[in-house]
Write a protein that binds this ligand. Structure first.
Ligand code: EPZ
Length: 417
């Protein structure tokens, strides 16, 4: 188990860059199965989750070549339609492959992805969407078997704007017959990136970024090259790291539009933020002001930033209230922050954070990807040395995060245990 050792108390200053989006890369890598040809992807973050997705593609018969952040997929000879159970359980987001596989093969076999550290993570909306498309979904011995003669376009109304369900239904409809309309669709920017990729491939998808998405089925797709959008959650994480240390940083290759709710809250907390093309310049005050946070589907405040923003509010002036409306158990990190001296009470779906003068370095454990990122941010602020154990969670979603923080003057080392 590797750990981060962080010596806190230093302002972050200087310039670094944002990598490609994990949550845009995963559905786009899955979508390469559809064109039975060559897909060249650029700006793919080299992290555990994208590497896992590539491993699964290889198991399905794809040839994949990776070179730094370039990934070339040849899906001409996909000869398998079953997602290996071990890989499904190791990375729940691989459920997104089901839409592509059943869209191309009219057959897919996968298992329930299982819950994770932030909640039960059901896939009922994915399955309901598949059934509305005429796909027969059976469960036997823990496996989910999807079978269909012909995917027929239809209207699907999502009970909740689920990101994964929206993406899976789009992927299953691209090669279907007729028009599919998804209502109450998720509006996250990653879905727009998926739409742009698919249309570049010859699909006909419109409306991503709005609540209604229309897919007109096509019969043939072509080779494609595509540049993945920047990671908006890494952008928010780096901004929060600078904000909590009273620093001043320049972030390159960022898309400020995608992270507007976080920028607004950082300004409310006292930071000065300038936007120049794909640069974000943040200048933080010595001490942040308490703010209240309500996580919502996009374009609301992103749930993935809840723990990271919670970490910076632990030393703000005043009391903040954070309400988590998306996942049912996304406060595990708060216990670790309390070990550092944070004053936090959990009340139903809310965290009440009373700002303290200081946090103190100690040994803490990452509980999940974004909970782990919250501990990094808290440790950069804390007095003394913090050891963060189980950083495998953090390596799932952040490319070279320690190098970027060192670029900004942070004191962080990796300890291989
Ligand atoms: C995506 O997960 C992201 N993951 C998550 O990021 C992100 O937190 C989430 O969207 C919300 O923005 C990827 O894109 C790989 P949902 P997803 O389906 O698709 C319930 C990270 O840290 N729901 O929008 O799984 C579900 O339980 C990760 O990068 C159902 O009830 O999220 C949750 O309460 C964590 N039935 C809510 O909807 C379903 O069939 C939102 O889930 C599906 C979801």
């Amino acid at each position: 188990m590797s750990s981060y050792i962080i010596e806190g108390g230093k302002k972050l200053e200087g310039k670094t860059y944002v990598s490609g989006s994990k949550n845009a890369s995963l559905p786009i890598i899955a979508a390469t199965i559809l064109n039975q040809g060559i897909s060249k992807l650029y700006n793919v973050p080299r992290i555990h989750d994208t590497q896992m997705m590539i491993e699964i593609l290889k198991k399905l018969g794809c040839k994949v070549k990776c070179n730094k952040n370039k990934v070339v997929v040849d899906s001409s000879n996909v000869n398998n339609y079953e997602i290996p159970e071990r890989l499904m359980r190791e990375m729940r987001s691989s459920v997104i492959l089901a839409g592509s596989i059943v869209g191309r093969y009219k057959k897919a076999i996968f298992s329930y992805p299982g819950g994770c550290d932030i909640g039960v993570r059901p896939i009922d909306l994915h399955i309901k969407g598949f059934e509305k498309l005429g796909i027969n979904v059976q469960e036997s011995f823990g496996k989910i078997i999807c079978l269909v003669d012909e995917i027929k376009g239809t209207e699907i109304n999502l009970d909740f704007p689920s990101v994964g369900a929206t993406e899976n239904i789009i992927l299953a409809s691209v090669l279907g017959n007729g028009k599919t309309i998804i209502r109450n669709a998720a509006m996250e920017p990653e879905i727009e990136d998926l739409q742009n990729f698919l249309n570049r491939m010859g699909a006909r998808v419109e409306g991503a970024g709005t609540k209604t998405i229309i897919i007109n089925g096509v019969h043939k797709l072509k080779d494609v090259s595509y540049n993945i959008m920047p990671d908006r959650i890494e952008t928010g994480t780096l901004l929060c790291a600078a904000a909590v240390t009273g620093g001043k940083i320049v972030l390159e290759r960022a898309n400020s539009e995608h992270i507007k709710p976080v920028i607004d809250k950082l300004e409310e907390a006292g930071c000065k933020i300038e936007i120049e093309r794909d640069f974000i310049i943040l200048d933080a005050p010595k001490k942040l002001k308490a703010v209240d946070i309500n996580t919502m589907p996009y374009p609301g405040f992103p749930t993935d930033m809840q723990s990271i923003f919670g970490a910076i509010l632990c030393t703000a002036t005043g009391t903040s209230i954070i309400t988590e409306n998306i996942f049912e158990s996304r406060f595990k990190y708060s216990g670790e922050l309390q070990r550092m001296g944070a004053k936090i009470i959990i009340k139903d779906k809310s965290l009440i954070i009373k700002g303290v003068r200081k946090l103190y370095g100690t040994k803490v454990k990452a509980t999940d990807l974004r909970g782990g990122a919250a501990l990094i941010v808290a440790a950069l602020k804390a007095k003394g040395k913090t050891e963060i154990e189980d950083i495998k969670y953090i390596l799932r979603g952040y490319e070279k995060i320690e190098k970027k923080l060192i670029d900004l003057g942070g004191n962080i080392k990796v300890l291989i245990n």
